[in-house]
Design a binder for this molecule. Structure first.
Ligand SMILES: Cc1cc2nc3c(=O)[nH]c(=O)nc-3n(C[C@H](O)[C@H](O)[C@H](O)COP(=O)(O)O)c2cc1C
Length: 364
């Protein structure tokens, strides 16, 4: 039943619904002494916020947050950190037409079948509004990881059939300079036009996000069930509308030979063990090897389209579902900070867990 808590030591529990009073998160395991920069948390929330541009849902939420506990004078005290993000722009009557009908490929049928009751207003708990909680927790995880020089950058690499050319070391300045959050400005312009056209057609389109993590220390990841890539995969697949995850050479691996795929080791000028290629994606045996970690996350074209669709109601009668309300024609621009946040939550958890790797880590 319980499924709203994530992580082992860096552990957060989210609560709230799309059209309830708000969304909140309680984070446990944050070490005392961390500066909890509220401005940074809100800047991360702003990157996820609805209404931020012409190609996302027009629900207008300021997504400012309130830190209810766990800090004194802006510094974490080691006690549970609770953050509250109020809902301010719900329009619940936009959803009364689906109160007893199931939107195709949304969560309406499965929530009703499982719980026997469904908050149909804005999708209730199944709404991606919940991801604001993940972004708030992830912002604090990023503040922790910053002390170790860990840097997480995600960006849109594909929208529908438009694939952005590869970019080496994309900067957040370039990514945030366009409303698609693509690292390649020309591709971004093409993607933006395409999303606008899709919205005019009352349709939706999917996309791909790539994430690169630099500066991860060697030794994060807990074999065998909590391998680092397994936890990253779970984190990404727990995000609404995600259909796929791969890391390193991922699904391309199957066409390669071992002689092509093996990452040769060498020692760099500072005596550090490195690999000359990185098909492993920075993780071997479920443990980080110090190279860049990189992975991709595939998002579907979301369910709500402004077109009539056949479905059934709660009594099984055939009905027509009409698309109404404010929706995202393509979720990847808003999902970039969610992907980064979930990656930060996983790494913060594994960083804290790695403090018990060996006796010499405990007895100094
Ligand atoms: C940032 C973001 C925004 C979303 N916006 C919408 C939306 O406007 N309309 C919609 O039908 N689904 C939207 N979704 C997806 C739904 O929340 C999701 O498809 C639904 O809960 C069913 O879950 P599933 O697709 O993971 O099976 C969004 C997802 C994300 C990550």
């Amino acid at each position: 039943m319980a499924g709203s808590t994530f992580g082992k030591i860096w552990q957060f529990t989210s609560f709230g619904e799309s059209h309830g009073a708000g969304i909140g998160v309680v984070i446990e395991g944050c070490p005392a002494g961390l500066v909890i920069d509220k401005i940074f948390i809100e800047s991360e929330l702003a990157r996820r916020r609805p209404g931020q541009s012409a190609i996302v849902t027009q629900r207008k939420e300021p997504d400012t947050c309130e830190i209810l506990s766990g800090t004194m004078d802006g510094i974490s005290t080691g006690t549970p950190l609770a953050i509250w993000i109020a809902n301010q722009n719900q329009k619940s009557k936009d959803y009364s037409h689906i109160a007893d009908k199931y939107r195709p490929s949304h969560a309406d049928y499965t929530y009703t079948a499982k719980y026997g009751i469904r908050d149909y207003r804005g999708g209730g708990r199944s709404s991606a509004r919940e991801t604001a909680a993940r972004v708030a927790a992830g912002a604090i995880a990023k503040l922790l990881l910053k002390h170790l020089g860990v840097d997480i950058t995600a960006y849109v690499s594909q929208v529908g059939h438009i694939i952005a050319p590869d970019v080496d070391n994309p900067t957040s300045e370039v990514i945030e300079s366009n409303i698609v959050r693509c690292a390649h400005p020309q591709a971004a312009a093409e993607m933006e036009e395409y999303i606008k056209q899709i919205r005019k057609e009352g349709n939706t389109v999917g996309g791909l996000i790539r994430c690169v993590i630099k500066g991860t220390p060697v030794g994060l990841g807990e074999p065998v069930y909590d391998r680092l890539h397994a936890d990253l995969g779970k984190a990404m697949l727990s995000i609404n509308a995600v259909k796929g995850f791969d890391y390193g050479s991922g699904f391309d691996t199957v066409t390669m030979k071992g002689s092509e795929h093996n990452d040769a080791y060498y020692t760099d000028d500072h005596g550090k063990v490195k690999t000359s290629t990185n098909y492993s994606g920075g993780i071997q045996g479920g443990i980080s090897n110090g190279m860049d970690i990189f992975f991709r996350v595939a998002f579907k074209p979301v369910a709500t389209i402004m077109q009539d669709q056949s479905s059934v109601d709660e009594t099984g009668n055939a009905v027509t579902v009409t698309g109404k309300g404010r929706h995202d024609p393509c979720v990847v621009p808003r999902a970039v900070p969610i992907v980064e946040a979930m990656a930060a939550n996983v790494l913060a958890d594994h960083l804290l867990r790695s403090k018990t790797n060996k006796l010499s880590d405990i007895i100094k």
